[in-house]
Design a protein around this ligand. Structure first.
Ligand SMILES: *Cc1c(COP(=O)(O)O)cnc(C)c1O
Length: 359
């Protein structure tokens, strides 16, 4: 029996996708073997690989001026690859420090280029994202790096920053949940294990004119231009991950694409925030209302001693993955694309019931 899975990542996948993968795992489409046992240079895998890339383009309306890449090393390797490839002598990378993930991106980038904090969320307790006019950009800034959704802190940018330099965004936890205005971006990346599939790859979308000027003095795997020239088949790609991502992308398309995912994310988030706001302080959201994440709802119980019981009882009722990240504590409900609205309704009913019994 499957339970309600609010895990922050790896996270719940569409049941139809899992069942199909199960049915096709042992023998793929009459090939006499599994897709994960055959050459990644053969026609069957090639078709899956290119379908995944084509669906990314279709669903996110990625223009031809951008290359779509599947790379290994997760979002974390992108923290280093972005400055390695994009920053040349005399150029600087600006980072909006909105929390855990932005902080890690900045710390790793500092090993590979001249970077600086264009905004510091620490004085605000990382409760919100910056407004455009608060971002302090200095001369020779090559890009502004943002974390579109802070998975641990539970905040997002309600509007994309309006700045004069190109944006680079970590979209790990809201990829395919919001449209991307490509004219503002040079590069978007994210690990796929939150909204797109199982762990094992990062999806990187990079402007082709940027690729013409990336650093060449890097090991081959670390060069975006090398991967782009080979359509992410420079070396053996993570074939299982990309196969399932292709299936998830098809599922997203059949459900109405990114606009439908965004609308569902708003409905699901509203159900949980609405329950918090109507609780008279029994539950509280620690983040500023305008920066509330649609995909990771962080909340506390006014009586923090009750949190352990809340999580225990929730788990006993089949509501899993609600414990906040170990660095911040509390509770967190991750509401990614594959989480059905029905699961959110079960959660909010439980929240009201728990309050009635303990309030
Ligand atoms: C999960 C996450 C990461 C780390 O991703 P890995 O694929 O594990 O490297 C980075 N940034 C954000 C916003 C995340 O949610």
């Amino acid at each position: 029996m499957r339970i309600h899975n609010f895990s922050a990542g790896p996270s719940t996948l569409p049941l139809a996708v899992l069942e199909r993968a199960r049915d096709e795992l042992v023998e793929y489409h009459g090939a006499g073997m599994s897709l994960v046992e055959m050459s990644h240079r053969g026609p069957r895998y090639d078709a899956v690989h290119h379908e995944a890339m084509r669906l990314v383009r279709e669903l996110l309306e990625v223009p031809e001026e951008f290359a779509v890449l599947f790379l290994q090393g997760g979002a974390t390797l992108q923290f280093a690859m972005v400055p390695m490839n994009l920053l040349h002598a005399g150029e600087r990378g600006a980072y909006a420090d909105t929390g855990t993930w932005a902080g890690k991106a900045l710390a790793d980038a500092a090993h590979h280029g001249a970077v600086y904090r264009a905004w510091d969320g620490a004085p605000y307790g990382y409760r919100r994202t910056p407004h455009s006019e608060e971002l302090e950009l200095t001369a020779a800034t090559r890009y502004l790096h943002i974390t579109s959704n802070e998975t641990i802190g539970g905040i997002r940018y309600p509007q994309w920053p309006d700045v004069t330099v190109p944006l680079v965004a970590d979209m790990s936890s809201d990829y395919l949940t919001r449209p991307v205005p490509w004219e503002r971006f040079d590069l978007v990346y994210g690990g796929v294990q939150k909204n797109l599939g199982p762990a094992g790859a990062a999806l990187v979308i990079v402007r082709r004119s940027t690729l013409e000027h990336t650093n060449r003095d890097l090991a081959a795997y670390l060069r975006y231009d090398v991967h782009a020239a080979k359509d992410s088949l420079y070396n053996t790609p993570p074939v299982f991950t990309i196969w399932i991502v292709a299936e998830v992308l098809r599922w997203v398309r059949d459900r109405g694409g990114v606009p439908a995912m965004e609308a569902a994310a708003r409905r699901k988030a509203e159900l949980v925030y609405g329950t918090i706001d109507a609780s008279g302080g029994f539950y509280r959201s620690p983040v500023d209302p305008e920066s509330r994440s649609l995909t990771n709802v962080v909340f506390r119980l006014a009586d923090e001693d009750l949190e352990a019981r809340f999580l225990e009882e929730a788990a006993a009722q089949g509501l899993s993955g609600l414990k906040g990240h170990r660095s911040v504590g509390g509770c967190r409900a991750s509401l990614y694309n594959a989480l059905e609205e029905e699961s959110v309704r079960v959660l909010t009913e439980f929240m009201r019931d728990f309050q009635a019994r303990n309030g």
